[in-house]
Structure formats: C-alpha cells, structure tokens
Design a protein around this ligand. Structure first.
Ligand SMILES: NC(=O)c1ccc[n+]([C@@H]2O[C@H](COP(=O)([O-])OP(=O)(O)OC[C@H]3O[C@@H](n4cnc5c(N)ncnc54)[C@H](O)[C@@H]3O)[C@@H](O)[C@H]2O)c1
Ligand SMILES: [Zn+2]
Length: 391
C-alpha cells in the first residue's frame, strides 16, 4: 500500500446518480466532502436534489469554469471526477466540451497551480470498448470492430468474427481489450481516460480510471430520456406505455448497482493497486434487454408488450460483460445482484412524485438527428404506441 491518502474529497457531478452515492460513502467514512455540480437541467428538472447532504459543501457550477474549478480544488486530497455529459444525446460538441475540455482543465489546474492533490479517480465506462471480447469456435477470443451500419440496416445484429465472419459468442471483456469509441460520448470517455492516465504518468500524481458497467439504482434521473435503460423502461411502464426496445432485445448488458460502484471508488482512493491503470467495475454477469424488460414489467404489474420495430443505434455495443478479475484482486465484490437492486430501485421510484414519460418527446429528435436508425424495409411504426394491456 502506498502513502496514506488524505481525507478531503472533491466529487464533481456529486448531485448525480453515482456521485451522490460516493458522497454518502465518503461522509460515512469521515471524509470532508465538497461537491461541484452544475445541476444539468435535463437530469435535475427541479433543481438541487434533496439527497445532496448538508454535511457536504455544495458548489453549484460548471466543470468548464476555470476560476470556479480552481476554487473547488483548494485543499483537496482526492478528486472523484464524475461530472459528464452522458448517453445518446444529439449534441456532438457538448460531449467533447464537457467531458474532454472539462477534464483537461481540471488536470491543467492541478499541475500548473501545484495543488496538493494526491489522487484523481475518473469515471470511465465500458463504452470505451468496441464490441468487447467474443469467442469464435475457430479463432478463439477475438475483438471485432463495431458492427457496420450497413450490416445493421440489413437486419443482421450478430457480432461476426473479424477473421472468418462466423458467428461468435460474447465472453467477459478484460481491460486489455482494444479501445475504440464509436459514438461522441464513447469517444469522449476514451479521451477523458487517456488524458487522466497519461497525465498521471507524466506528473507522478496517482490516478485511476474506473470503467463502469451500466449503473442503476435510487436517484437515477427519471427525467432524462436519453440515458439509463432501466429508468426509461420504468417511466414508460408506469405511464401505461410500452418501452421501445432497440435491435431484437437479445443484446446483453452488465448491470451494476450504484452502491457497488461507489464502493469501488472508495477502494480506488485507498489502494495503490490500481494506480495508473483502467479497472473494470461491474457485476460480471450478462442480462438480456428483453429479460430486463420482462422483469420490470412483472415487478410493476404492467404486463405491456414492448415495441420492437427494427430500430437500432449505430455504435451501440451488442454484448458487454465486464471481466472484473482486476477489481476483485484488490478486494472489490459486487454485493447487490439485479433482483435485489431492482427491488431497491423500484421502491425509490414509487416514492417519486414526478414519473412522467419524457421518452415520447425525445423519440422524434433521436430519429431526426440520425441517432436511431431503422432496418431497411421495417414498417414506419407509430411514434408513440398506445398501451395494449395496462394491468
Ligand atoms: N450511469 C452509468 O451507467 C454510467 C456508466 C459508465 C460511466 N458512467 C459515468 O459515470 C459518471 C457519473 O454518471 P451518472 O450516471 O452518475 O450520471 P448523472 O447524470 O446522474 O450525474 C452526472 C452529474 O454531473 C453533473 N454535470 C454534468 N455536466 C456538468 C458540468 N459541465 N459541470 C458540472 N457538473 C456537471 C450533472 O448535473 C449530474 O449531477 C459520468 O462520468 C458517466 O459518464 C456512468
Ligand atoms: Zn473466426
């Protein structure tokens, strides 16, 4: 174990899903905590959320504001950099600006002002991988490039072996898999991670990039129709509407409960085992999207069939399960499995007053901007399908 790390933390994005749970854990462990968050209106439609604790110092503002960030960094030992613009939103410049420029500014200030920051932990993502690792019966483990749009448009969602074009099966993806970035968000996460880790190497200030899997749990914004599949499915179902499932629903994700992600951040701050490297943080298990939908529809007592109309989002990964052996080796254990995690999340959702459907309005934008495409020859489909079986 390296030098003992001090206990004053800056959590950027500390009002959000993951940041707010990191804040709670830090306070529990006796850290002094400062939050910097601009309260992005799409995520926080009613301003500062009640879960930002009074025990934390709250600075409202933007990660791109040099003077503000400098002030927020004063007397900080560890930075938990969570603030980011995420998901499949139409802006391209904003991803680069918030995620890449915002991170660059933070690093530049710490270096140039010779601030006594002792570690930077950056929120990276599984989206940095292309299609992740797959097994070909002939060629073993291979790393296919992102599926071409022409292939998806022809209705073929399979991940083919890059060498023989045969069918493959998904296997857990380790940190050594090639980096890619096939959407503006994913490209910004690759850049953010590389900026932090190369800066750490050159300045000698330890840093860790945690590559989170799909994170869910209480406080995940119910207002943002562009990110968080579990939150989007819930708001649709609770409004008596079917969710739209992209591709054929057989794609899989690794869902990780937010408290486990927060725990990994605490570990990253205190172990030196991860300094200088990326670390996958997830559950290590795969869940198919149609199974997720069935589980949610069942739990909410709304057995409404989903809408599948041959839509897909170019650049989206087909299957991604994290190989979490690196994280486990330093003591990380995912503790809350999907059934228990969904129960906790739904209990929270039921207590929320505003569970409106914002997805219907977002759909037109997603189509018009080319974020969502449709398989050639698939019918036009209704823009906002009517409920077929509201139980
Ligand atoms: N949720 C996931 O599934 C997931 C998966 C992989 C990686 N991540 C990463 O984890 C981090 C946290 O994500 P989250 O799920 O908690 O998202 P979130 O939207 O709930 O929280 C992000 C917070 O950052 C704030 N923010 C956004 N832009 C800002 C800016 N310019 N200046 C200051 N604050 C700003 C928002 O107001 C929000 O409170 C992000 O870096 C995200 O890319 C999330
Ligand atoms: Zn092959």
């Amino acid at each position: 174990m390296g030098e003992r790390v001090g206990r004053r933390a800056l959590v950027t994005g500390g009002a959000g899903l993951i940041g707010s749970h990191i804040v709670d854990r830090l306070l529990q462990d006796g850290w002094r905590v400062r939050v910097l968050d601009r309260l992005e209106p799409q995520t926080h439609r009613h301003g500062r959320p009640a879960w930002v604790p009074d025990a934390a110092e709250f600075v409202e503002g933007d990660i791109r504001d040099r003077a503000l960030v400098l002030a927020a960094l004063r007397d900080i030992d560890v930075v938990f950099h969570q603030a980011a613009y995420g998901g499949f939103m139409p802006e391209i410049a904003k991803y680069a600006d918030v995620n890449v420029v915002g991170t660059a500014l933070l690093l530049e200030l710490i270096r140039d002002e010779r601030l006594p920051v002792r570690k930077v932990i950056v929120a990276s993502s599984q989206v940095v991988y292309a299609e992740g690792a797959v097994a070909c019966p002939v060629h073993g483990t291979v790393y296919p490039p992102v599926r071409p749009v022409a292939q998806l448009r022809a209705g073929d969602f399979t991940v083919h072996c890059p060498r023989c074009r045969g069918r493959t099966v998904s296997v857990p993806t380790g940190e050594d898999a090639p980096l890619c970035g096939a959407t503006p968000y994913a490209i910004s996460k690759v850049a953010q991670e590389r900026l932090v880790l190369s800066w750490a190497e050159q300045t000698g200030i330890p840093a860790v990039a945690l590559r989170y899997s799909c994170t869910y749990g209480p406080r995940q914004s119910l207002f943002n129709p562009y990110t968080g599949v579990i939150a989007i499915f819930c708001t649709r179902l609770l409004n008596g509407r079917p969710a739209v499932i992209y591709e054929d629903g057989a794609q899989t994700r690794d869902f990780c409960f937010v408290e486990d992600i927060a725990e990994a951040n605490l570990l990253a701050a205190t172990t030196s085992a991860w300094d200088g490297v990326p670390v996958n943080v997830g559950s290590g298990t795969a869940t198919a999207i149609h199974d997720l939908y069935e589980a949610l529809a069942g739990a909410l007592g709304r057995r409404i069939p989903p809408v599948l109309r041959g839509e897909f989002r170019p650049g989206e990964i087909r299957h991604l399960t994290a190989d979490i052996s690196r994280a486990r080796a330093a003591g990380f254990t995912p503790r809350t499995g999907l059934p228990a995690g969904l129960e906790r999340y739904l209990a929270w959702v039921r207590r929320q007053a505003d569970v409106r459907d914002y997805f219907a309005a977002a759909e037109a934008i997603l189509g018009a901007k080319g974020i969502v495409h449709r398989v050639a020859g698939a019918g036009p489909g209704r823009a906002d399908p009517v409920s077929t079986g509201d139980a």
